[in-house]
Structures are given as structure tokens and as C-alpha cells.
Design a protein around this ligand. Structure first.
Ligand code: ADP
Ligand code: MG
Length: 224
């Protein structure tokens, strides 16, 4: 029997109520993503990409339809259960990096370890290893303001990997970077994918999407 896909969305709708008027942002989205894939969710601004990524990342819930993560329907889980599952199995990377400005690169990477049962010295070793892996072995004590945009995004990627998640979700990760730096960051995502992580990148940018192994087009709340 074939195993369950990592992600399975079945007829997902998302509707926001704005001044009493329901507005459909996602309509009948069905999508499967297998473990080990590197997928770009590509589409114009306002098409619903971030909304879709937030649902996949357990940051938001569908209005209708089902979401199965590793074959498990997550709709019945409480908010606490969802955040537990999220901490342990999903890493996030955002357009604006969201690093803590007064903390060093190393301390930023250690942040998701706050609730980890792993001993502190082990987490620290892992954070150092991850920073080396993203090419920042000599920048661990730098603060975000002492790093370039590309370096800050590398820190954010290392942070996303601290708890060793199966799945890494990135929302417009190259949105603040020049084209050369964007290509470097996307190559790094490809490397992380080659090491076994499932990666989903949201982007409106053709060049960024071209680095993924599979593209899913999002248009006006639906997928092609
Ligand atoms: P994208 O990431 O593709 O630019 P989004 O998923 O952010 O698109 O948004 C899709 C649509 O949903 C937009 O029209 C946006 O205004 C609307 N939208 C997103 N979040 C909310 C919200 N919390 N409340 C109301 N409308 C929202
Ligand atoms: Mg968006």
C-alpha cells in the first residue's frame, strides 16, 4: 500500500468575512505534496499564496475542506496541539527575516530551541553546525544589523532547521534580495532539499520559482 503523502489538502476553502461580506480567498484547493519534494507556489500578488502557506504551516485553518498532515486530519486538533506539531515538524522563513535585532546570529538560531527538551549544549552545537552549513561559520557573533540581507536570510534558514523539521516553508524568501543574492539563497534551499527536507517556497517571482523541482500555479484563490 502506498504511504500517505506528507501534505494532502482536500477541497480547501478559505473565506474571510469583511464588513459582513464573505470574501473567498481560497476556493476548492486540492493538493498533494510528498516527502522530499521542493515545490514553488507561484502566482501574482493577492492570489492567495500566503493564505495557502499559512494553512499548510498550521498557522491558520481552512473554512471548509480537509488538511491531512502525514495522513492525519489536523482539523480536530486544538490550538495547543497545532502549535506543538508546528514547533516540532515545521520551520518557517519569511521575506523580512524576522530576526531579533539585539541578539547574535547564534542566539537567533537558538530561539526555536526554547521549548526543546534537548540539552542546551547540544542545541548550541547544532546551531553552530547549521550556521556553518549556511556559510556563516565566521559570523556567529554578529548581530543582524552587521549582516547583509542575504546573510540575514541564511541565519533565518538555519533557525528554521534548529528543531530538525521535516518541512520548511518560505514566504517570498527572496523578496528583499537582489537577483544574485536571491539565486544564492535558492541554491541553499536546493542543498537543504537534497539533504532530505521537504521545501515549499511561495513566490511571485519567475526566477525564484525556477529553482524548485515542481511548480504549482496559484491564481485568484485556485490552483491550476
Ligand atoms: P498573496 O500571498 O498571494 O499575495 P494573500 O494570501 O496574502 O495573497 O491574500 C489573498 C487575498 O486575501 C488578498 O485579497 C488579501 O487581501 C486577502 N486577505 C488575506 N488575509 C486576509 C485577512 N486576514 N482578512 C481579510 N482578507 C485577507
Ligand atoms: Mg503573500
Amino acid at each position: 500500500m502506498p504511504s500517505d503523502p506528507l501534505i494532502r489538502l482536500e477541497h480547501v476553502d478559505k473565506t474571510y468575512r469583511i464588513a459582513e461580506t464573505p470574501t473567498a480567498v481560497l476556493r476548492d484547493v486540492s493538493l498533494e505534496i510528498g516527502a522530499g519534494e521542493f515545490v514553488a507556489l507561484q502566482g501574482p500578488s493577492g492570489s492567495g499564496k500566503s493564505t495557502l502557506l499559512h494553512i499548510i504551516g498550521l498557522l491558520d485553518r481552512p473554512t471548509a475542506g480537509r488538511y491531512l498532515l502525514r495522513g492525519r486530519d489536523v482539523s480536530g486538533l486544538s490550538d495547543d496541539e497545532l502549535s506543538g506539531l508546528r514547533n516540532q515538524s515545521i520551520g518557517f522563513v519569511f521575506q523580512s527575516f524576522y530576526l531579533i535585532p539585539y541578539a547574535t546570529a547564534l542566539d537567533n538560531v537558538l530561539l526555536p530551541g526554547l521549548y526543546s527538551p534537548a540539552p542546551q549544549h547540544q542545541l548550541r552545537q547544532r546551531a553552530e553546525h547549521l550556521l556553518a552549513q549556511v556559510g556563516l561559520a565566521d559570523r556567529m557573533r554578529h548581530k543582524p544589523s552587521q549582516l547583509s540581507g542575504g546573510q540575514q536570510q541564511r541565519v533565518a534558514l538555519a533557525r528554521a532547521m534548529l528543531n530538525d523539521p521535516d518541512l520548511i516553508l518560505a514566504d517570498e524568501p527572496t523578496g528583499q534580495l537582489d537577483s544574485k543574492t536571491s539565486a544564492e539563497i535558492m541554491s541553499l534551499f536546493a542543498e537543504v532539499n537534497a539533504n532530505g527536507k521537504t521545501i515549499i517556497v511561495v513566490t511571485h517571482d519567475e526566477e525564484t520559482a525556477s529553482h524548485a523541482k515542481r511548480r504549482v500555479l496559484v491564481q485568484d484563490g485556485t490552483i491550476a
